[in-house]
Design a protein around this ligand. Structure first.
Ligand code: PSU
Ligand code: MN
Length: 305
């Protein structure tokens, strides 16, 4: 572990790390910006529970009053969920100002990876990652998540990416940056709400042990980047492709019409899709995060022993 004066590791997480036990990091943008209160708090606690049931210790990550937190109390999770969009979405470029000003931040995939790595945690479970936006050849809107995967040695377990993004360009970018994209039980990149996207992944892997072996080899090769594990939503919770595609098209059209840009783009599109598809997409979202938490926890265990 890389001691950092701005980092607080929760006692349970610190004890697990010191004992060489498995720990899984979780992000907080999904709590503050990804789901409505109180479902967001309820889900965050259920995800932590799923990690415990699969043999690992959860470390939900956020910035609270300028402190980088690896592991949150129930009260802190409740605070982030209740405050919702009142908590700033914090990507890589935001951490210095949040720390200097002593303010709060809900961590994206990029910042969760940064703080997890500082704390000595190498596996992180989430829902979806950011990527190359549609039209990025003009807007240059490419999530800092991809750059982080290229430079920070953390395994990110997700359910693929939503087609609010250009999934083909996202894969091209990851290839250029040397980030392995692994399908868990699939040859195809999952598209978050649906199990298929039409794009192939680099490798298919069918067990946590095999995921752990690839991650271990990546470390032994002294690579500096991480890897992306894409785990399809369980069949019974997958959404109808036409329903979700129509919602995404409408969300993109409204974002264009309203001139949404910059860091607001992703939250705007995600909120619109949820608004247009109602409770069904929320339930799918919850289930896929739980599914990713289970795979991440088992992989963390396979990596420890
Ligand atoms: N995509 C999703 N769900 C999410 C996010 C993206 O399907 O919750 C969140 C994650 O926290 C991700 C962030 O790291 O949005 C990416 O934001 P941006 O595109 O502004 O980098
Ligand atoms: Mn962006």
């Amino acid at each position: 572990m890389d001691f950092n004066k701005h980092l607080d590791i929760a006692p349970e997480v610190a004890a697990a790390l010191a004992a060489g036990k498995s720990v899984v990091a979780l992000e907080s943008t999904i709590i503050s910006h990804g789901m409505p209160y109180p479902k967001n708090v309820d889900t965050a606690l259920r995800v932590e529970q799923a990690i415990r049931e699969n043999g690992a210790v959860p470390a939900t990550i956020a910035v609270i009053h300028g402190r980088l937190k690896a592991g949150l109390s129930r009260d802190e999770i409740e605070y982030l969920g209740r405050t919702g969009r009142g908590v700033a979405k914090a990507s890589r470029r935001d951490l210095p100002a949040l720390v200097a000003r002593g303010t709060d931040g809900a961590t994206t995939v990029a910042t969760t990876m940064i703080i997890a790595h500082m704390a000595g945690i190498n596996i992180f479970a989430t829902g979806g990652i950011g990527g190359v936006h549609r039209g990025a050849e003009v807007t240059m809107d490419i999530s800092a998540d991809l750059e982080e995967l290229a430079q920070t040695p953390v395994m990110v377990v997700c359910a693929g990416a939503k087609s609010i993004l250009d999934l083909g360009l996202t894969l091209e970018y990851l290839e250029t940056k040397g980030v392995p994209v692994i399908g868990y039980g699939t040859e195809e990149l999952p598209a978050f709400y649906t199990r298929r996207s039409g794009f192939g992944v680099d490798y298919r892997v069918d067990s946590p042990e095999e995921l752990a072996a690839i991650f271990r080899a990546q470390r032994e090769l002294n690579y500096r980047g991480g890897m992306l594990v894409t785990n399809p939503i369980p069949e019974q919770y997958a959404m109808d492709k036409d329903v979700i595609d129509a919602a995404i098209e409408q969300a993109l059209a409204e974002a264009n019409a309203q001139g949404i840009h910059g860091k607001e783009t992703t939250p705007f599109l995600l909120a619109k899709v949820v608004e247009l598809t109602g409770g069904e997409s929320l339930e799918s979202n919850i289930q896929l995060v739980l599914n990713n938490a289970r795979v991440a926890a088992r992989t963390a265990c396979a990596l420890c022993c």
